[in-house]
Design a protein around this ligand. Structure first.
Ligand code: ARG
Length: 478
């Protein structure tokens, strides 16, 4: 403890010979050290690394591969190291390459010779594979909670805006009126699938590589079921070569993350679009807008734009890892050290994007009048008119489509909305039309009529939102 502030490597000379230098005469060049070192980023695995070492130590004692006294000393040393790192009292040194060597070197400082027995029947190859699985499992647990928080924000706003009418678009052209609540819940659905993809990934990754050792297993009588159980894995991985080489769990994490990133980007894009002067559907909360240094009137949606852009980093991370892996023969290759930064960056990026969107969704001001006005523009209820002609006047849909087209043209020439046309005008196109048609031409009536399962009607939105709320929190206010 008294040497706490000393870099762990100072005790060994030449520097990197401590762990693997037995057969070397010269030390590595500075550039070799720099390209080789992962401690700058894999220090983030320290909790998982220490948990893995603890489990391995307990097993070595239980299997009488090391003595109980050595096991106790190792376990106590690991506790100390975990505390030191958590408190920022640990000195990291690039000479010691990675987190595994740092922990072992510090353990040697703390307890002396028994530290050297911890690495019996294991390798950094199974160690790092175990650490990263544990880390991704934790990251998924965290992100899943954050996805739920964003879903709750969407559900809350959807309930509040169940009756708010806005234009629904195809090709970004006004198509049919929809309710804002329905639009928001579309994103809650996407996020539900994202959550499911992470859940699948977590389920599949939950097998333990520990005990695969360098690549071939070990001659020591280890108990891999015991370490797997202590670390919360469902089972040990069945093939030692696969255990140290497999990174598809990380690829799956990045793939699920990329799809989530794309969904977040699409939602962010809606916010950018809706908050523009041309749309004017929403007002961004002050907390999520920025000003311009030259144009005093500006409120820029920077956070939404950044969420949109950051999905690119996540997709890039997926590509990075796929390309890293595609040419690798079994088993471990140092290339795999490059698996961590894409994984860490993706978790950080998604965490930030989810938080920013949750904040934005919660604080958006909805300009209902503007949306209502836009919903009625562009003859958005033309489909309702055609449906009415089918239902009430008995026209085949194709004929109704044509008749409606002519009525739209008429309204266009008179520069008015469909519901502002006189009944006689409509009857001049199709004599079967009666005053009853006005019951479907307003945007409110249009959305209220779309009660088919999954449709936009306010009552559907309220039902879907309540179902979500129940699923997300186990409580149903209604
Ligand atoms: N830092 C290494 C990594 O991240 C640990 C495994 C090193 N194994 C080896 N045989 N050099 O992949």
């Amino acid at each position: 403890m008294s040497r706490k502030k000393t870099p762990a490597s100072e005790s060994s000379a030449p520097p990197s010979s401590a762990m693997w230098g037995g057969r070397f005469e010269g030390g590595p060049s500075a550039v070799m050290q720099e390209i080789n070192a992962s401690i700058g980023f894999d220090r983030r695995l320290y909790r998982q690394d220490i948990a893995g070492s603890r489990a391995h130590c307990h097993m070595l004692v239980a299997q009488k591969i090391i003595s109980e006294a050595d096991g106790k000393a190792i376990a106590a040393g690991l506790d100390t190291i975990e505390r030191e790192i958590a408190d920022g009292d640990f000195v990291f040194d690039p000479v010691l390459e990675d987190i595994h060597m740092h922990v072992e070197a510090r353990l040697t400082q703390l307890i002396g010779e028994p530290a050297g027995r911890l690495h019996t029947a294991r390798s950094r190859n199974d160690q790092v594979a175990t650490d990263l699985r544990l880390w991704v499992r934790d990251a998924i647990a965290g992100l899943s909670g954050e996805i739920k928080t964003l879903q709750m924000a969407l559900v809350g706003r959807a309930e509040e805006q169940a009756d708010t009418v806005m234009p629904g678009f195809t090709h970004l052209q006004t198509a049919q009126p929809v309710t804002l609540g329905h639009h928001l819940l579309a994103y809650a659905e996407m996020l539900d699938r994202d959550h499911g993809r992470f859940r699948d990934c977590a389920r599949r990754l939950n097998q333990s590589p520990l005990g695969a050792a360098a690549l071939a297993g070990t001659s020591f009588p280890i108990d891999r079921d015991m370490t797997a159980a202590e670390l919360g894995f469902d089972a040990p991985m069945a093939n030692s070569l696969d255990a140290v080489s497999a990174r598809d769990f990380a690829v799956e994490f990045l793939a699920a993350g990329s799809i989530l990133g794309v969904h977040l980007s699409r939602l962010a894009e809606e916010i950018v679009l809706w908050s523009s002067d041309a749309f004017g559907f929403v007002t961004l909360p002050d907390a999520f807008s920025t000003g311009s240094s030259i144009m005093p009137q500006k409120r820029n949606p920077d956070a939404a734009e950044l969420v949109r852009a950051k999905s690119g980093r996540v997709i890039g991370a997926l590509t990075t890892l796929l390309v890293t892996l595609k040419g690798l023969p079994l088993a471990y290759a140092k290339d795999m050290q490059e698996d961590k930064e894409p994984v860490f960056d993706t978790a950080d990026t998604l965490h930030l994007c989810l938080a920013a969107l949750t904040g934005m969704i919660g604080g958006l001001g909805f300009n209902k009048g503007v949306m209502r006005e836009a919903a009625g523009a562009g003859f958005a209820t033309a489909t309702d008119l055609a449906d009415w002609l089918v239902r009430e006047a008995g026209l085949p849909f194709r004929r109704a489509h044509e008749v409606t087209g002519r009525i739209v043209k008429l309204a266009e020439s008179k520069n008015c909305r469909l519901e502002d046309l006189a009944l006689e005008d409509m009857r001049s196109v199709e004599p079967g039309i009666t005053a009853d048609v006005f019951n479907v031409l307003s945007v409110e009536k249009s959305v209220a009529s779309r009660r088919s399962y999954g449709g936009t009607a306010p009552e559907n939105v309220r039902r879907a939102a309540a179902k979500f709320r129940e699923k997300l929190t186990g409580e149903n206010p209604k």
